[in-house]
Design a binder for this molecule. Structure first.
Ligand SMILES: [Zn+2]
Length: 315
């Protein structure tokens, strides 16, 4: 039976109908996460009902922060949809759809999607890093999704320290990879560069990594410094996670990976050069499913939650 899927991004909300690893229907809504989730719920409800089949097995939601997948509650403020800490999403789903509901961190769901249907298919030990507004990570170890007692195991790779004494991160630590090389802090990082005022980046109305890579290709020294520094940081996250989780495959995804081999080539070279792997080597590959990974994983999420309940009921 089909599953309804919701992927909450900061500026876009993706809705889909998923069955047997295929997206049967989808729609995308514009979103403003700073206005909170409650303001978006009527629109999500209406659009989801429009594409929903007559019967659905459940609803899965990818959320851009830490969540408790057992209780269905958001547990950490990530700066997006801040009101969701106090929202009863279970009650909303029960009231509007009356079918089972499961929620999970978005980077973890992207990893599950790639593991089941994409670049990580056939592997039992998978680590994925998503490079975008922030840096999300997650791990599958021995064929099991790593969650930990508080739901954060494997998810905080973006907060490995890449620069001791560096920039303050919203998480409270100093020098996290996310504070040193993600779109969320790119404006500050660029302004700190001594060549910024004479750089092509200074004329950009909206600074993102696409602009940085474009200017770097044209020989802009400020952009080249930002690009090379960021590649080092993204490789350092991969190396730290290889050391932590011993994966067979390391997948890089997220919006910044739209630049493809321009990002992955140097990152792969640095990971394979510097990670301690006396046993051999591993695959460092791009995501295959892109934006669809988390939506597709919602089917697995709903089904695995139902199986967990069945196991408890029969124990
Ligand atoms: Zn941090």
């Amino acid at each position: 039976m089909a599953v309804l899927a919701i992927d909450l991004g900061g500026t876009r909300i993706k809705l889909g109908v998923v069955q047997d690893g295929q997206i049967l229907a989808r729609t995308i809504l514009d979103a403003r996460s700073q206005e909170g989730l409650e303001a978006h719920l009527p629109m999500i409800t209406e659009q989801l009902k429009e594409i929903a089949p007559a019967q659905a097995e459940g609803i899965g939601m990818a959320f851009p922060s830490l969540v408790d997948s057992r209780t269905g509650k958001v547990t950490r403020d990530s700066g997006k949809y801040r009101d969701s800490l106090d929202l009863d999403l279970n009650a909303w789903i029960e009231r509007e759809f009356a079918i089972p509901f499961a929620i999970e961190n978005d980077a973890r769901l992207a990893t599950i999607g790639e593991w089941r249907f994409g670049a990580g298919r056939g592997f039992e030990n998978v680590v994925m890093i998503t490079l975008g507004t922030g840096i999300g990570t997650s791990a599958v170890i021995g064929g099991r999704v790593l969650r930990g007692p508080h739901g954060q195991a494997g998810c905080l790779g973006g907060h490995t320290i890449a620069n001791v004494g560096g920039h303050r991160c919203p998480c409270g630590a100093i020098g996290c990879a996310e504070a040193e090389a993600s779109t969320s802090n790119l404006d500050l990082l660029a302004h700190e560069d001594p060549g910024f005022r004479t750089s092509a980046l200074h004329r950009e109305s909206r600074l993102d990594y696409a602009a940085v890579f474009r200017a770097a290709r044209q020989g802009d020294t400020c952009a080249m410094r930002l690009r090379d520094r960021s590649l080092d940081v993204w490789a350092s996250v991969g190396i730290s996670l290889v050391h932590a989780y011993d994966p067979e495959i390391l997948i890089y995804g997220g919006g910044i990976m739209a630049a493809g081999e321009e990002v992955l080539g140097p990152v792969r070279e640095r990971v394979l050069r510097d990670a301690w792997m006396p046993w051999g080597t591993l695959s460092v590959v791009p995501s295959q499913l892109g934006d669809d990974a988390a939506l597709l994983a919602c089917e697995w999420l709903v089904q695995s939650k139902r199986m967990e309940k069945d196991e408890i009921a029969f124990a």
